[in-house]
Structures are given as C-alpha cells and as structure tokens.
Write a protein that binds this ligand. Structure first.
Ligand code: 4AD
Ligand code: MG
Length: 465
C-alpha cells in the first residue's frame, strides 16, 4: 500500500478508508485496553493519533513502540472525538522498523534546552522546534529563488574555492593538499604553493560577489545563493564560520535602486513565511517569542528608514550625551557595533534602517567612492534583534579609482586582474548586496542563536556532525 504523508492524512476526510502511514513515535500512552500513539513524519509539526487495541496486537508486541521508535502503521482513517484533532488512525497492522531504547534515547518527552539539543544535532530535527525551523528554512530558500526568478534574475553558481579575498578582511580558511607535516619553504621562509594542488594559495570563499559582478556585467541581473566561509573568531549568537549567503548583483542599478531591491526582497520573503509557514510560526511564537508576528507584520508593512552613516552617528552621539550607555564608543569613522545598530532600529526609529555612505576606511575596496573623498556608497540594512542583516553597495566602476583603492587597502591586485578588467571593457554602474541567510532565519523564526537555525553549525571549536 502506498504511504500517505501525515500532513495529507490530517487534512483528509475520507473516513473509513484504509491508509498506511510511517513515522517516528513522539509518545505512547493509554490504559490496559488501548494505546494512543502520537506519530510524526516531519511533513508537518502536527502528530497524527494512532489508536491500537492492546489485546489485538499483544502487550509484548507493543512494548518496543516507545518515544523515538520508527513504525509503519496500516489502519482505518476515522473521525476523531479527541480534542485538537479531526482524524485518527485505528490500527489494523503495525510494522516496527526500529526501536529506541528509553534508557538511552535522549529525546524523551520532557523539554530540553537549546544548548543540550546542539550537542545532539543528529537527533534534534526530530523535535518540534527544529522540525519547524528546518521547514521554514526550506520555505525561505524557495521564496528567495522565486523572488529573483519572477523578476528575471539568473541564478549563478560562483566558486567555493578561490584564490582571492573578496572582502579583503583576511578571514579565510585555506584549502590545501600539501602535507602539513612536511611543508617546503623557499629561501625567504615562504611556503612554496607552486607545489600545491592548484599551484597557488587557495581558500574557501567569503563571498561570491566578485564573480557575481562578472556575471551581472553580461546577464544584467543575477543572484548567487551558496555557502560562504569566514574564519573570524567571533563567538556571538549572530556569527557562523560557515553560513549561506544570497548575493544579487544588477547592472545599471544605483544605490537607491539597490536599497529598494533589498527592501522588496526581504518583505517578499517574510510575506512568504506568513503565507506558507503558519503552523510552524504559531509554534515558535508561542514557545519562544510572543512578539514574533508583530515584528514580521511590521516589517512587511513599513518602509525601511534610509539615512547616511554620518546622521546615524550623530543620533548615537546625542544618545550618549543624554546618558545612554554603550559598551563601545561611537565616533565618526569607527565601525558600528551591534548595540549601536540595534539602538537606531529598536529605540530611535523603531523600524528597519538602511544606513548608507560609510567612511571608506571601514568598508571594502570595491565600493563606489563618493565625491567627498571620505565616504563610499555602501548600504547596510539593520534589523530589530539582529543588527546587520544585509551588507551591500554600489560598485566602483572606474578602473583607476578601483585599482588605486585596492592598492591603498593592500588587496593584491595581481589576484583580481580579471575583476579589474570588467572596468576596462564595457564598464557600467552596478550595485548589489549580500543577505546572510541565517540572519534572515533568525528574524523569521524568532530564534535567538544562529546555531539554532542551521542544521549543523560550524563555529570556533565546533565542527561535530
Ligand atoms: O557585509 P558582508 O561581509 O558583505 C559581503 O560579503 C558582500 N560581498 C556582499 C555583497 O555586497 N554582495 O556580508 C553580507 C551579509 C551580512 O550582512 C550578514 O547578514 C551576513 O552576510 N554575514 C554573516 N552571517 C553569519 N555569520 C557570519 N560570520 C557572517 N558574516 C556576514
Ligand atoms: Mg557587512
């Protein structure tokens, strides 16, 4: 008999029909004569109730059907009299695929802390919380592809192994096949990478942007969506060493259009979640974040506030003058800390903020230089609870300005000759940005720690699973 997905069975009203369902036991309770098994197959957060006649199946047979066991149930779909469910399955036959010893299976009925669940990341998808998060993660990925596809953007696959440092921040993981126990060095003590697999030093990419720009200068509008890697040693609830990034890049867009694209994009994704993930969002808002819906609806329905970095700094300095305490100092020229970003968003404007025109010293070499000689056409989108969710800019399209800035900032131009050439051959204004997928998921799910919105988090000192 073909299997019915539990999400479908729960919606069915074909009472009296015999169906087959398969899944993992959440709980089994009952009395001498009857057992109630709550079964979940991951298709929905909701369990289906399976009702078994103890005498018919035998106590001994039912014994291994405990929390965590995997079973296949054939039975009749009937209308349920129980509270909170419309259908249940009356067992004709059960096949046990695999038991789960109650003495060692860690996911017993009692609630577990998120910290504990991180230690059992191989099993946590079976909890309501991670089931919900992973289904929402899937839906967000779908939303992202649809948003861009509907607007004529092409999905471009940029390399994961790279010989250049896009952000120029030097936070890269090296890729090598050299024997680390026997490294050959030249007279100056440098490692001889000509013997390495690629004949040069290579790393895992921190961003697909540079290659994305090449594609935009041919296809017009593109986006990337892939894993990126940063060896930054920041153990915060918002940083991962391996995270997924979405990077649109559009020829002929200037900064204002780039900002509008960012706003439309995030609003589309959040609306998608509201329309497609209701049961999971209901659960997460109930369990973790009572204001979740309020925040999601607010972002969908309101424009993001746009202002220059310089104005933002003035607001922050005024706050300090009025007695507000920040851990880090604010001064024109310094990078904003998460506490500053959140102050602007949560306390001052009470809405998402797009800050533009940052000092050139704290931004990457490729950003378009403003005429003031001090700032670049950068834009960061700042969100409640998250801080920076998007970083982007208009790009410097002038060959000489770009090359000079790269040199000033110590970016080895010999590694990016191909990138510079786009400014030599048919250069054009263009803009783009990067959205951290897990930062978006933090916002959408209401979870507080980025380790809880990716199946297998990679952070300093942690690469288990
Ligand atoms: O601001 P970032 O570094 O910008 C870039 O990488 C540009 N190349 C993007 C572009 O213009 N195409 O990173 C972009 C976003 C951040 O705003 C943040 O959401 C996320 O990526 N991000 C991280 N997310 C999780 N863990 C980390 N360590 C992250 N670093 C950046
Ligand atoms: Mg940034």
């Amino acid at each position: 008999m073909t299997r019915t997905i539990i999400a479908d069975a729960l919606k069915s009203n074909e009472y009296g029909k015999t169906i087959n369902i398969k899944g993992w036991v959440r709980t089994r309770r009952g009395n001498k004569t009857v057992s109630f098994i709550a079964l979940n197959d991951g298709s929905t957060i909701n369990n289906i109730q399976v009702v078994a006649d103890n005498e018919k199946l035998g106590e001994d047979f039912l014994k291994p059907i405990t929390t965590g066991a995997c079973i296949s149930v054939t039975g009749v779909l009937v209308e349920s009299l129980g509270k909170g469910q419309t259908v249940e399955v009356q067992v004709e036959k059960i096949e046990i695929y695999g038991g789960a010893d109650p003495d060692t299976y860690p996911l017993q009925k009692k609630g577990h802390t998120l910290e504990f669940l991180r230690e059992i990341a191989h099993l946590r998808p079976r909890t309501n919380t991670f089931g919900a998060v992973l289904r929402i993660r899937h839906h967000m990925a779908q939303a992202i592809h649809r948003f861009f596809h509907e607007r004529g953007f092409f999905y471009v696959h940029t390399p994961i192994i790279t010989g250049s440092d896009c952000e120029g921040a030097g936070q890269m993981f090296q890729v090598t096949t050299m024997n680390l126990y026997d490294l050959k060095k030249d007279e100056t003590g440098s490692i001889d990478y000509s013997r390495d697999f690629f004949g040069r030093q290579t790393s895992l990419t921190v961003s697909g942007q540079l290659e994305g720009e090449l594609a935009a200068m041919a296809l017009g509008a593109i986006y990337t969506f892939g894993p990126t890697f940063r060896a930054e040693n920041s153990n915060t609830p918002r940083h991962l060493a391996e995270f997924w990034m979405i990077e649109p890049e559009v020829a002929f867009n200037e900064i204002a259009e780039n900002m509008q694209l960012a706003q439309d994009f995030i609003q589309y994704c959040i609306r998608w979640a509201l329309d497609n993930c209701k049961e999971d969002l209901d659960f997460l808002s109930e369990m973790y974040d009572k204001e979740l819906y309020e925040r999601l609806n607010f972002v969908v329905n309101n424009d993001f506030k746009r202002l220059a970095y310089t104005e933002g700094v003035e607001i922050l300095k005024a706050a300090v003058a009025n007695g507000h305490k920040f851990e880090f100092p604010v001064d024109w020229g310094t990078d904003l800390q998460s506490e500053h970003e959140r102050y602007l968003v949560e306390q001052h404007f009470k809405c998402p903020v797009i800050l533009t025109d940052y000092p050139k010293e704290i931004k990457s070499f490729y950003m378009k230089q403003n005429d003031d000689g001090k700032t670049v056409r950068a834009m960061d989108v700042l969100f409640p609870k998250i801080g920076e969710i998007i970083g982007g800019s208009q790009r410097e399209e002038d060959f000489d300005k770009l090359k000079n800035r790269a040199e000033e900032m110590g970016v080895p131009t010999k590694d990016i000759w191909w990138y510079l050439e786009t400014r030599k051959f048919g250069t054009a204004p263009h803009s783009g940005f990067g959205l951290g997928f897990e930062r978006l998921l933090l916002f959408v799910t209401g979870m507080a720690n980025i380790r809880d919105v990716i199946p297998f988090p990679r952070t300093p000192n942690n690469a288990e699973f």
